[in-house]
Design a protein around this ligand. Structure first.
Ligand code: LP5
Ligand code: MN
Length: 241
């Protein structure tokens, strides 16, 4: 049956080669059977600019994505909060189409809203302020003009600051807020929302303006890999080895 696949929050890093290996197997053996693959952000642990393509692991991943695309599976990429600086050079090398967040797609007759998920965490005021700064095109141009070594240093500093900040935030603050979910569904698409970011895989039911909606939260790849497979029959999570 024709299928579309969804993955997010892989957080690929040289320190965790297992995830990269799982992804390369998935792109070689599983994904070619699907008509579309959607990567909903945080493919990489962090991305400081497309110069990163010179490193072996990102180059290998880009090459594998490109092969998948050339084999007939359309590949789409939406930025996450870790890799929002993925740009046109990566997109070209990987043969992926960059999607805006949010993005609506009709999957086998069902309108489906796709998001990374970070914009739904509206109670996380500290993060939303940080996001506003780093998503500003002028800030990004200034950051990308800095030497690569300096950018890596800054990214490491921000990662450490972020880990510190998260220690004192409640789980509720770091989850999506219900009003944000309802607004997104109302403004963009009933009856389905697929997102990642929170690393809390689940299928939630929401009733919005009398519409019964489902919100599917994708799993991260810290433990093991997984993808969501959607067909005309619905969506199901598939464990990857
Ligand atoms: O990523 P995750 O899941 O661990 O946490 C997120 C939020 N944190 C982030 C930050 C990213 O982890 C780091 C992204 C690196 C990108 C590299 C390129 C850009 C480099 C930028 C250099 C300036 O997104 C976290 C959320 C959590 O999700 C749950 O939703 O809570 O948000 C935070 O923790 C943000 C804090 O609240 C505020 C952070 C302030 C950082 C201040 C930096 C000071 C140093 C500046 C140096 C110039
Ligand atoms: Mn994220």
């Amino acid at each position: 049956m024709t299928a579309s696949l969804f993955i997010s929050d892989l957080h690929l890093a040289d320190e965790r080669p297992e995830s990269t290996e799982t992804l390369l197997r998935f792109l070689r053996d599983t994904a070619p059977k699907a008509e579309r693959l959607f990567i909903l952000g945080d493919l990489f642990e962090y991305w400081i600019g497309d110069e990163t393509l010179a490193a072996p692991m990102p180059a290998q991943v880009a090459g594998a994505l490109d092969r998948l695309g050339k084999g007939g599976t359309a590949v789409f990429f939406m930025h996450g909060n870790r890799d929002f600086l993925i740009g046109p050079r990566f997109a070209k090398a990987a043969g992926v189409q960059l999607l805006p967040d949010p993005y609506t797609v009709t999957l086998y007759g069902t309108p489906t809203l796709l998001m990374h998920g970070d914009t739904l965490c509206t109670d996380d005021v500290g993060y939303q302020e940080f996001r506003k700064v780093v998503r500003n095109p002028e800030w990004q141009a200034e950051f990308l003009a800095k030497p690569v070594a300096e950018r890596i240093e800054l990214a490491r500093t921000v990662r450490a600051e972020s880990e510190q900040a998260k220690k004192v935030k409640s789980m509720t603050i770091m989850d999506v807020s219900l009003p944000a979910v309802e607004t997104a569904l109302r403004e963009h698409a009933y009856p389905r929302l697929i997102h990642g970011h929170t690393h809390r895989p689940a299928v939630h039911e929401h009733v919005v303006d009398g519409h019964r909606c489902e919100r599917i939260v994708l799993a991260d790849w810290y433990g093991a890999g997984s993808c969501l497979e959607c067909t005309r029959a619905g969506c199901r999570s598939v464990a990857l080895t």
